[in-house]
Design a protein around this ligand. Structure first.
Ligand SMILES: Nc1ncnc2c1ncn2[C@@H]1O[C@H](COP(=O)(O)OP(=O)(O)O)[C@@H](O)[C@H]1O
Ligand SMILES: [Mg+2]
Length: 356
């Protein structure tokens, strides 16, 4: 029988003991607490499976959630230290009351909460910082893809921000799917931020996504950040359809659109996006946005290097000499590959993700 967590409860994991301080995040799936770690160490973020939800869920869903927590631990454990520049670091893990728990480095907030705070103060994000974040997310996705996974749940709530507001880290790897060559899979991700191929099923009710599906969500994030927190109408339409019809929402929306998939970027949205940018940045930024939001995955950028170059074109600044860009095969020094002795920490493909 699972008991709810309370402050001062001590959680024992493989490497240490952690005393719960305050709950800092919750979702349908997880519950995040700030916790004090061993003496002279920084507080950490402990990620638990949401027990209240767990208690209400059917057995197959409970098993799914446990498997995706183990999936997340296995993925983060497979990373090398140099991979964690823009991916949240796993510090410890273990089981509590028979359920997996992750101890993660603690960051300040997430981009969703940060955007709400900025809006309440009518503040905007300085463009160099915004482009820096998009570049860092691009680097994090490049790492996930390099390890052979699709991320499939890119959204503001899954991008953590450090106290200096300069660095972001990708978090929440429970929805990862192994394989980046379009292997079909069951429904995965969040309808409000998904690529068309993640929301509209291919054959037999399965979904055909690939690495470029993450690029579409990067485009939706780019639009959201530049416009001061607005979702694309395409994303809202998918989100509303899913809320009212769950997986049947795709067919419902297609019917409502006369049998077609809704436009992923409307011209008035493109105009609003451009208007939010300095004149000198508009053309290059709009070119990147249009490329990322192509409905046809084959029309999107082929890899992170292309995105990185289009990003640098926006400010017209070549990458700094010491700029470390994992997406660049030339400068991706020490990138783990067979050439420099990396034997592969890949996780078995059998692990399935937590989406129904
Ligand atoms: N390492 C962390 N540091 C600070 N806040 C975090 C951290 N990890 C998660 N959070 C907060 O908790 C929320 C949920 O975490 P997430 O890993 O996305 O769980 P879920 O799988 O439930 O979506 C995030 O949106 C963020 O606000
Ligand atoms: Mg999340």
């Amino acid at each position: 029988m699972h008991t709810a967590h309370t402050a001062n409860t001590v959680i024992t994991l493989e490497l240490g003991h952690y005393r719960l301080l305050e709950q800092i995040g919750t979702s349908a799936y997880g519950m995040i607490w700030r916790a004090a770690g061993p003496a002279n160490t920084r507080d950490v973020a402990l990620k638990f499976i949401n027990q209240q939800q767990m208690a209400r869920a059917e057995a197959p869903l409970r098993e799914h959630w446990v498997r995706s927590a183990r999936n997340e631990i296995a993925f983060l454990q497979a990373l090398e230290p140099w991979d964690e520049r823009h991916i949240v670091r796993l510090l410890d893990s273990g089981e509590h009351q028979g359920l997996p728990v992750l101890a993660l480095e603690l960051l300040a907030t997430d981009l969703g909460k940060h955007m709400v705070a900025l809006k309440s103060r009518s503040e905007t994000i300085p463009l160099p910082r915004l482009l820096g974040w998009i570049s860092q997310i691009n680097q994090a996705l490049a790492k996930v893809h390099q390890y052979g996974w699709r991320y499939l749940d890119l959204k503001p709530a899954n991008v953590l921000l450090d106290w200096g507001l300069q660095n972001v880290k990708l978090a929440d790897f429970g929805t990862n799917r192994y394989g980046i060559q379009g292997q079909t899979h069951s429904y995965a991700g969040t309808a409000n931020w998904q690529a068309p191929e993640q929301f509209f099923p291919a054959a037999q009710g399965l979904y055909q996504s690939d690495a470029s599906s993450d690029y579409f969500s990067l485009g939706a994030m780019f639009y959201f950040l530049v416009t001061g927190g607005l979702p694309l109408r395409f994303c809202s339409a998918c989100g509303n359809a899913f809320r009212s019809h769950q997986a049947a929402g795709a067919e419902w929306l297609r019917q409502a659109e006369g049998g077609r998939i809704p436009a992923t970027l409307h011209e008035d949205e493109a105009a609003r996006f451009a208007a939010a940018l300095p004149v000198s940045a508009r053309d290059a930024a709009l070119a990147l946005l249009r490329a990322l939001l192509q409905a046809d995955p084959a029309q999107r950028p082929r890899h992170a290097i292309q995105i990185s170059r289009m990003l640098h074109a926006i400010l017209g600044t070549p990458p700094e000499r010491h700029y470390f860009d994992v997406t660049d095969p030339v400068r991706g020094m020490q990138r783990p590959s067979v050439n420099n002795g990396w034997a592969g920490g890949r996780v078995s493909a059998a692990v399935t993700s937590r989406s129904a």
